[in-house]
Design a protein around this ligand. Structure first.
Ligand SMILES: C[S@@+](CC[C@H](N)C(=O)[O-])C[C@H]1O[C@@H](n2cnc3c(N)ncnc32)[C@H](O)[C@@H]1O
Length: 166
């Protein structure tokens, strides 16, 4: 379940230790992020996975119903009212909610997030691939595909630190 180590290695190469990382969907891998980067924040819906790593800031955002025409199969996402006023991050990892719950709500709420580096885990799966593609299209750029391992693909999309908040 944890973010694949290819992403941790990639971020370690791209960003210095002092970087700020927002991880959407926490778990065992959060501890690795905290070792590699000083400033880690996690958005998590499940109380079981909150406050697992010392020094990490956890935002509890329960899943709530939403609708997006493009991502019709995904009907739940984090409550956006819990995600207002987030700062600019050096990188944002999209690894939650679970693939079975769907991640399309990230696209509906893209205006909440500001970073130069969006990292989409699990883009070997069609809905995650489409999500990364939609964000890339929105940002007028392309998703750079990292086809690592058998099922450890991730996608990188450049963002804009100063994108207006919605
Ligand atoms: C893909 S996991 C996120 C994994 C996390 N990014 C990591 O590197 O450990 C997505 C969601 O599954 C849940 N989860 C985390 N660890 C889990 C585990 N070991 N088994 C089952 N569910 C888990 C959490 O609610 C999390 O938000």
């Amino acid at each position: 379940m944890k973010t694949n180590s290819f992403i941790h290695n990639y971020l370690g190469e791209q960003l210095p230790y002092k970087s700020s990382i927002l991880e959407i969907g926490g778990g065992e891998g959060t501890a690795i992020l905290k070792v590699n980067h000083r400033d880690v924040t996690v958005i998590e819906h499940d109380p079981e996975y909150l406050d697992q790593v010392e020094g990490v800031k956890y935002i509890h955002a329960p899943l709530t119903a939403y609708y997006n025409e493009y991502f019709r199969e995904a009907t739940l996402w984090y409550d956006p009212s819990k995600l207002q006023g987030l700062p600019i991050y050096d990188a944002i990892i999209i690894d939650g909610p679970k693939g079975t719950q769907g991640r399309g709500g990230f696209f509906s709420n893209l205006g909440l997030f500001r970073t130069e580096l969006f990292i989409f885990d699990d883009v070997h799966r069609i809905w995650e691939f489409r999500l990364a593609g939609q964000v890339a299209k929105h940002n007028r750029t392309e998703m750079i595909l990292h086809p690592a391992g058998k099922r450890q693909w991730f996608g990188v999309v450049k963002g804009h630190r100063d994108a207006p908040l919605s």
